[in-house]
Design a binder for this molecule. Structure first.
Ligand SMILES: C[S@@+](CC[C@H](N)C(=O)[O-])C[C@H]1O[C@@H](n2cnc3c(N)ncnc32)[C@H](O)[C@@H]1O
Length: 274
């Protein structure tokens, strides 16, 4: 939690002065695509225009969340990971990281990070930890990994393995070298056995209308977004052992009997630091 921000205070029902209700913001539009109601008219208008151009965007959002569930269940279960750093959390929705992790490992500790002030206003729902575990919320920008690590270290033991979750967020760091630098700083600070969980939009897996929709987004909403190739996505996992089945449509990552889910234009992968 940011210093001075009291997330037990129910706060105003109207947005705080830091929340811009006049321009579409990604966390709120993503919530709209997931079927939630934590959005303003401008978010719904832009979100619906994107859906009109790129009809599978809702499926992408749902596939991303389902991937999150499968990845966290694997990590908290078979991989024995008890600590999660979820950067680019989004607005609370069904099956948030701590709920999935603590279902398997009640003592799991989770730190959430986002830079959209609307997420802070809803952070109470992210802080409903099991009594054995812990959750914390940090308002920070992904471009400041040192600050994130310092803040996370108040809740997580950074001497023990951590799963860093960056789902649908590196696409907002437009410069690929900068995005790679963020990942490297985070993973370099963590011990062997730590994991990196990634999803990222791409235009290499189909998704009719995706490019036009991203152009529309960049002209009408914030923050601006970019897609990446498989090669660029793979570069974020350099130095890590990429778990089976490798880099795939996130809808197909360890999807079990749903393994033949339709592909979505969003890569997903999990890497383990050797
Ligand atoms: C597409 S949503 C993904 C939410 C969640 N990770 C998921 O997969 O469902 C991206 C989130 O990243 C946040 N975000 C975007 N740029 C960010 C930045 N530079 N630093 C921190 N958070 C950022 C947005 O506010 C939004 O909540």
């Amino acid at each position: 939690m940011i210093p001075g921000a009291d997330v037990t205070d129910p706060g105003p029902r109207t947005p705080s002065s830091r929340v811009r209700a006049d321009i579409a913001h990604n966390a709120r539009v993503w919530n709209h695509w997931l079927g939630g109601s934590d959005s303003y008219p401008v978010d719904r208008a832009v979100g619906d225009r994107v859906t009109g151009m790129y009809p599978s965007i809702g499926e992408v959002a749902r596939a991303d969340r389902a991937f999150l569930g499968r990845a966290v269940r694997h990590l908290a279960g078979d991989a024995g990971i008890g600590q999660f750093l979820d950067i680019g959390t989004g607005l609370p929705t069904a099956d948030n990281t701590h709920e999935v992790a603590q279902h398997t490992a009640p003592d799991a500790r989770v730190v959430y990070v986002d830079n959209d002030p609307i997420v802070l206003e809803h952070a109470r729902s992210l802080l409903t930890s099991s009594p054995e575990g812990a959750t914390e919320y940090v308002e920070a920008d992904a471009r400041d990994p040192e600050l994130i690590l310092r803040a996370a270290g108040r809740t997580l033991d950074l001497g023990r393995p951590v799963a860093v979750m960056m789902l649908g967020i590196l696409n907002f760091v437009l410069d690929t070298a900068e995005a790679r630098g963020i990942v490297t700083k985070l993973m370099d600070a963590l011990p062997s056995g730590s994991h990196l969980v990634l999803t990222h939009p791409t235009t290499e897996l189909g998704g009719e209308g995706n490019e036009a929709a991203m152009r529309f987004w960049n002209e009408n909403a914030t923050p601006p977004i970019t897609a990446r190739s498989r090669t660029e996505f793979a570069s974020f996992l350099d130095g890590l052992d990429v778990l089976e089945p490798g880099i795939v449509s996130c809808s197909r990552w360890r999807a079990g009997s749903h393994g033949l889910n339709p592909e979505v234009a969003q890569f997903g992968a999990v890497g383990r630091k050797p």
